[in-house]
Design a protein. Structure first.
Length: 322
């Protein structure tokens, strides 16, 4: 395979990566399980297999058909490599963004192996010869098998699986990220917050923002900021700024913002409005970033951190009236 063919197929592989992510994002209500810091019930296991294994196959058929139509037949040579590039790119992306601990490796190996084998078979039996790409519906057997597959899909989609392994992976990931950030920013965060509950909120925001904006993405954001110079959110805590920030500066400014929101809430407490713990947390998180999903998930993450790492603490956000 020459370098030009390799490059084109590699780009198609990256295109598949973003295509699967886009389809998955908009299929969440249908049962698609996206990678998350939180344990969610897998309501449509068959759909997840379908989207992770068969979408790359469909992508392979569609893109090869387009290349054939444009008379770029040479790029279809050994076209199954597109999906192998996709698998390698996804693996590297998850490792670089520190998401390896969240992966169910046995399931991922199943996805990757199935996708690779099916890609090769589809290439050899269908894509390799351009005249084979049109479907053959002359046989009633095709329709019977199609109905059987739909029936089996519906059955498989109603299966449920234990969440114990998923819970363990989430807890391991959370513990690793908390220990890493605490060892890096502990003195700064402790000095600014002076409250274990507030500290747990800071770490929740820190871990959540880092998960959604991993290091590689932040590097790209910094490069973009250097070129464009427009105000945007930067750093590990995604603080809005008009100058380039280091992760340390981002944590300092982000923590200060959280502490300021907390102090603002406390200053408004009166005898008529005594304040509540849950309300204080929601106000602090909503002040940092709006959105019900953001508030709910950071709130849940803060509770997990508090229960796991500050369980013996007697600190409260809202002081009790004597």
């Amino acid at each position: 395979m020459d370098m030009c063919i390799f490059l084109v197929q590699f780009l198609f592989g990256i295109g598949l990566f973003f295509t699967v992510n886009l389809i998955g994002k908009h299929s969440y209500s249908l049962g698609y399980m996206e990678m998350s810091l939180f344990v969610r019930k897998e309501e449509a296991p068959a759909f997840n297999v379908l989207i992770r294994v068969f979408i790359p196959i469909v992508y392979l058929i569609i893109t090869s058909s387009i290349l054939y139509y444009l008379n770029f037949d040479r790029f279809v040579q050994d076209f199954y490599w597109v999906n192998i590039h996709y698998i390698v790119f996804r693996l590297i992306f998850n490792l670089v963004t520190n998401r390896g601990a969240l992966l169910n490796w046995k399931r991922q190996v199943f996805y990757w192996t199935s996708t690779s084998l099916l890609s090769y078979l589809v290439y050899e039996k269908l894509i390799k010869v351009r005249t084979n790409l049109l479907p053959d519906f002359t046989s009633i057997a095709n329709e019977i098998w199609f109905i059987i597959l739909i029936f089996l899909y519906q059955i498989a989609n109603n299966l449920t699986f234990s969440q114990e392994a998923t819970v363990q992976r989430k807890e391991t990931y959370l513990k690793r990220r908390y220990i890493y950030f605490k060892s890096t920013y502990d003195n700064l965060i402790t000095e600014l917050t002076k409250n274990h509950i507030l500290e747990s909120i800071v770490y929740a925001v820190l871990i959540y923002e880092d998960f959604n904006r991993p290091k590689i993405v932040r590097i790209i954001e910094n490069i973009s900021f250097r070129i464009c110079g427009k105000s945007k959110t930067l750093g590990v805590m995604q603080v809005r700024t008009e100058k380039l920030l280091s992760d340390l500066e981002s944590v300092e400014l982000g923590t200060q913002k959280i502490v300021a929101a907390y102090n603002s809430y406390i200053s408004n407490i009166t005898n008529e409005n005594p304040g509540y713990e849950w309300e204080a947390k929601n106000n602090i998180i909503n002040d940092y970033n709006v959105g019900s999903r953001y508030c709910n998930e950071v709130n849940e993450l803060a509770d997990l951190i508090k229960n796991q790492f500050y369980d013996d603490s007697l600190d409260e956000l809202v002081p009790k009236n004597e």
